[in-house]
Design a protein around this ligand. Sequence first.
Ligand SMILES: [Zn+2]
Ligand SMILES: [Zn+2]
Length: 347
Amino acid sequence: MSEKMKAAVLVEPGIIEIQEKDIPKPSPNEVLIKVKSVGLCGSDVHYYEHGRIGSFIVEKPIILGHESAGEVVEIGSNVKNLSVGQRVTVEPGVTCGVCEYCKSGKYNLCPEVEFLATPPYDGAFCEYIAIRSDFVYPIPDQMTFDEAAMAEPISVGIHAVRRGRLQPGETVVIMGMGPIGILTAAVAKAAGASKIIGVDLEESRLEVSKKMGVTHTVNLKQDNLLEKINLLTNGKGVDLALETAGNANALKSALSAVKRGGRVVIVGMPPEDVATLNISNIVGGEIDIYGVFRYSNTYQTAINMIENSELDLKNIMTHYYSLDEMEEAFEKAITDKTNAIKIMVRP
Ligand SMILES: [Zn+2]
Ligand SMILES: [Zn+2]
C-alpha cells in the first residue's frame, strides 16, 4: 500500500472535495516536495468558476494551484542538483527540452509542456507533488515559503517587462492592479522606470500598489485615464503600456495611452478571443504589440528580487487558508475583490 495524502480536488465548477490520494512516487529525474505554501491565482479562480480557460477545459476532476514552494523530502535516483531537506520554490511548467522552442530558450512556447493545474495536469493544492528536478530552485534560509511561492507571479512580471523592452527612465502604465499588475509594477520599478502609472477601479488595490512601485494611480471610477496620462507625460503618452487586467477595453486604453513609437504588452487574457482595435493608430504610430505567455528563464531572477529588493510581499498577501478551507478561499477571491489581493493556501 502506498502512503496517502490530502488533496483539494475540483470535482466540478464551484465544488472542491478534500480527497485522499496516493503520495506520488518521484521518477528518477524527479523530486518529491512537501508543499508548504501555494498562491491562489486568477487562473485557478477561473477554472473553479467556469471550468475552462480558452481551449483548456477541465474534463475530469483536477487539483488546482501552480504557485508553490515547499521542502524536498525525497529525490529520484538520477537527481544531482538537489538534496533532501532543501527549501525550494517550484517552476510549474515542465518542458520537453528538445523542441526548437526549448532549445532557443523560449521554452514557455514548448508544445509538450506539462503545466501544473492546467488540464489535464494536477497542481499543488495538496500535501505532496513530484516534479522534475530542473524546475525546482533552492531558496535562501530567511525567505518564507509564502514569499518563495510568489516567484511564479513575479516571473510573469519579469517576462512582461523583458518582452516590453523597458529601458531605465521610461514611463509606464499598467492596466489592472491585481497581483500580476502590482508585481509587474515592482519589476518595472526595479528595471528603472521613472513614472509607473497604476490603473484600476478599486481604491484599495491602488493604495497597495503605491507601496509596491506604482508612482501615480488612476481610479477609472473617477479619473479620466488619457487626461491623466497626458498630464504626467507632457501630452506625449507613455513609452510602455502593460495590460494585465484581461479586458479588451483596457487593451484599447493601453493602445491609446502609449506615445508614437511606444510598446504595448498584453499579459491578461480577455474572456473573448477577438477584440476590435484601431489599426490606423497602431500603424500610424508604429506601436509594437507583444503577447506574453507565462515566462522562461525568470525564476532565479525572481528569487534574487525577493531576496534583495525592498519588496515587501506581505503588502499583497492578504488572506491565508488551509487545504480544508479551500472552497472558502475561492469564494473569498470571487466575492471580495476589494480586500482580497493574493490569497495563500498552506497545505
Ligand atoms: Zn499564477
Ligand atoms: Zn519543448
